[in-house]
Design a protein around this ligand. Structure first.
Ligand SMILES: *Cc1c(COP(=O)(O)O)cnc(C)c1O
Length: 407
């Protein structure tokens, strides 16, 4: 018989979202009449902008004609889209041939693990998006030994005490650093100065940063960088993964990209971009041509207008929730809302509560589903994540219930 992959064998179970769903279901069964509102999801809810939907629809219909048909495209993506991303989003900081179009950022994060292989030391923000660690464990990157699959993971606590920016000195040399900004789940967007410290540390210590900027479109503070490549020295130490999911509501359409600069090298001086090109052309056969056509429409002048409006809608939801959660009923119990207006997530601290206990109270008494911070890492204990992805009427109703909640 074939041995089981020790990476899968050692994986700690993904407990968070199944447990949230289970508790929600139990509550609904016990209270069949209750209208539960979810502020727990990291999924988009509002329709695609018309201009983008129409571009994809026209393209799909044309595939049924001799003139409009196309089969496989370049595995790295449509060159027009690569160039448009370089120009519109990166303002020329990276070149089109350093951009690789994909079926989404999560898929890229998983494939990136194959660039580095077994036994790679990794570091992650704590709390963090689960795929960084779990993906590394599956391929055996994070832990060289069968006995301790997590031995190679350094968790970097990001808490109110350190303004949600980790102590970089805890990162060992030659480590692959996953860094997400604006962060899921904390919503915190790192400043230019902080990102410069990160890049300088990586360059000095032989580290490579995998920078996840899936929420860059939510940044409204002009002083906050939207890409790691705005930081001097980043071309020598960083890969960026990014996505149309949160930018344009493409969570179901599936379209993302990675940026691997030609200056980035392995220890032996060989090009990371060259290996990434080889991996993408071998393991991936290109993103859907319909989705790529939608991506082009999202980045033309009308698409840029429409996607900005879409993101603004969620940011407005977040503001409403921030108002409700900073009300007198919460303030008098020292509940702290961490929100700077640059992400769809509010990170809320409840003193004297474990995350799951306050999750249960808000479900029971407000019929609102949230996400327990402890599910994203140890440093998330005592916090809840509130998501601004939702219909306005649901968010307004949730805010009403929250303002009547007696903590
Ligand atoms: C939603 C999200 C992504 C996007 O993933 P896709 O696969 O492109 O849909 C990436 N990173 C984080 C942290 C996310 O929350």
């Amino acid at each position: 018989m074939i041995l089981r992959n020790p990476g899968c064998e050692n994986l700690l179970s993904g407990y968070l979202f199944p447990e949230v769903a289970k508790r929600r279901k139990e509550y609904q069964v016990a209270h069949p009449e209750a209208k539960i509102i979810s502020l727990g999801i990291g999924n988009t809810t509002e329709p695609l902008p018309q201009h983008i939907a129409k571009a994809m629809s026209d393209y799909a219909l044309a595939l049924g004609t001799a003139e409009g048909y196309s089969g496989y495209g370049d595995e790295q993506g449509n060159s027009e889209l690569r160039n448009r991303i370089a120009e519109v989003l990166y303002k020329g900081l990276v070149a089109g041939d350093e951009i690789f179009i994909s079926d989404g950022a999560k898929c890229d994060i998983a494939r990136i693990q194959t660039l580095f292989g077994r036994g790679t030391q990794i570091a992650v923000q704590d709390p963090a998006y689960p795929v960084y660690v779990d993906g590394s464990v599956i391929v055996g990157a994070a832990g060289p030994s069968r006995e301790n699959a997590y031995e190679g993971v350094t968790y970097l606590p990001c808490t109110a005490e350190n303004n949600f920016f980790p102590d970089l000195n805890n990162i060992k040399p030659n480590t692959l650093i996953y860094f997400c900004s604006p962060n899921n789940p904390t919503g915190v967007a790192s400043t230019r100065e902080q990102l410069q410290l990160l890049v300088d540390y990586a360059n000095k210590n032989g580290c490579i940063i995998v920078y996840d900027s899936a929420y860059y479109a939510f940044i409204r503070n002009p002083a906050i960088p939207k890409t790691i490549f705005e930081i001097e020295g980043a071309r020598k130490c960083a890969i960026e993964v990014n996505s149309f999911s949160k930018l344009a509501g493409f969570t179901g359409v599936r379209l993302g990209w990675s940026v691997v600069p030609s200056d980035l090298c392995f220890e032996d001086g060989s090009s990371v971009r060259k290996d990434w090109n080889r991996i993408m052309t071998t393991l991936f056969n290109g993103a859907s041509n319909i989705a790529q056509c939608g991506g082009l429409a999202a980045l033309d002048p009308q698409g840029i207008e429409e996607t900005k409006r879409l993101v603004d809608y969620y940011l407005e939801n977040a503001k409403l929730m921030q108002n409700a959660l900073t009300g007198e009923n919460f303030a008098k119990c020292n509940v702290k809302v961490f929100y700077t207006g640059d992400s769809p997530y509010l990170w809320v601290h409840f003193p004297n509560y474990k995350s799951w206990d306050i999750f249960d109270r808000i479900l029971d008494e407000c019929r609102i589903v949230t996400t327990p911070g402890s599910g994203f890492g140890k440093a998330g204990e005592g916090y809840l994540r509130f998501s601004a992805f939702g219909h306005r009427s649901d968010v307004e109703e949730a805010c009403k219930r929250l303002s009547q909640f007696a903590l």
